[in-house]
Design a protein around this ligand. Structure first.
Ligand code: DGY
Length: 316
């Protein structure tokens, strides 16, 4: 059987090897004279490469776009639908890992884990002192979750274990989640003004782009900590920098930035009161495996012309 030409971006090499028997895998590239674009029957992408209508039009054999992840803000799903190209993603399998990461970042910022690590390794640490790096107690503090989807709900579950009164803000109220998780709906302004920790767990959409900017930082407690595991562009980067420098909020911990990565000389990288992770939300062994399996299930279904098991529908 001849191998099917596909284009792939960002897949871990251990997974690429598994696909070699069936697929002729071309590294992602979109140059004007790309021969791979002309022949590829599928694209497997992760996160960043933008897949829009004009690019799809340069791929006459394209049958399916399989995204290795849940967020599809980089794919023009409506344009794909107009061209009858199904788009698949990996919902559900990464909720726990991403919620774990939300809590890990929250704790890292609250309890000075990163600064503490640097200090503990440095020549300055010569004697234990009870006066240093006194952080914020997480247990019992109020949490505000922006985006109570699958991941946000997992964060709420974890917060219960830390006795955190939890507010949420979402496009729609979710009475069932309120009942099951003991969370309370709040308008965005109330959530921002009340929460000790604000976590962003929403998708990037036109409505959430720039959702957190200077006015929102000004509403937050000066002691508040912002955690972003959603997408960098949910927060305005310059406003975040100013809020951290001017003390509008105490600290931030982010898994994602805008742009991503930040330019190496970006002033945010020089601040002590921000923890920055390189987009590790779903980067755990079991989750990556499941993401890969779902990505390949979507890929094979699209190539066979059958419905994708995990298909993204264009928003109305
Ligand atoms: C997603 O699934 O969108 C994540 O950002 C990938 O880890």
């Amino acid at each position: 059987m001849p191998r099917i030409p596909i284009m792939a971006d960002g897949l871990p090499s251990m997974f690429l090897e598994e696909l070699q028997d069936d697929f002729e895998i071309h590294e992602w590239e979109t140059s004007a004279d790309s021969a791979a674009l002309a022949t590829a029957q599928a694209v497997v992408v992760y996160g960043h490469p933008r897949v829009d209508g004009p690019l799809m039009d340069r791929m006459p054999s394209l049958k399916v776009i399989s995204n290795h992840g849940v967020g599809v803000d980089h794919i023009d799903v409506a344009a794909a639908s107009e061209r009858n190209i199904p788009v698949g993603n990996t919902p559900g399998c990464l909720d726990a890992a991403t919620a774990d990461m939300t809590m890990a970042l929250l704790f890292a910022a609250a309890r000075n884990i990163v600064i503490g690590d640097r200090y503990a390794r440095s020549p300055e640490f010569v004697e234990y002192s009870p006066a240093i790096l006194i952080g914020r107690e997480v247990t019992g503090s109020t949490l505000g979750i922006i985006g109570l989807g699958r991941i946000g709900k997992e964060v709420a579950r974890r917060a219960r274990g830390f006795d955190m009164p939890t507010l949420y803000h979402n496009r729609r109220r979710d009475p069932q989640a309120e009942e099951e998780l003991g969370v309370r709906y709040a308008l965005l302004d109330e959530l921002l003004a009340t929460a000790d920790f604000v976590t962003l767990n929403c998708p990037l959409t036109p409505e959430t782009t720039g959702l957190i900017s200077t006015p929102q930082f000004q509403r937050m407690k000066k002691s508040a900590i912002l955690v972003n595991v959603a997408r960098g562009a949910v927060v305005e980067t310059d406003a975040l920098y100013r809020a951290l420098v001017d003390g509008e909020i105490a600290a931030a911990a982010v898994d994602v930035t805008d742009p991503e990565p930040l330019p190496r000389d970006h002033p945010l990288l020089g601040l002590e009161n921000i923890v920055i992770a390189p987009h590790l939300g779903s980067a755990s062994d079991r989750t990556r495996r499941r993401m890969m399996d779902m990505t390949v299930e979507n890929l094979r279904a699209g190539l066979a012309g059958t419905p994708l098991p995990y298909q993204v529908m264009p928003t109305a």
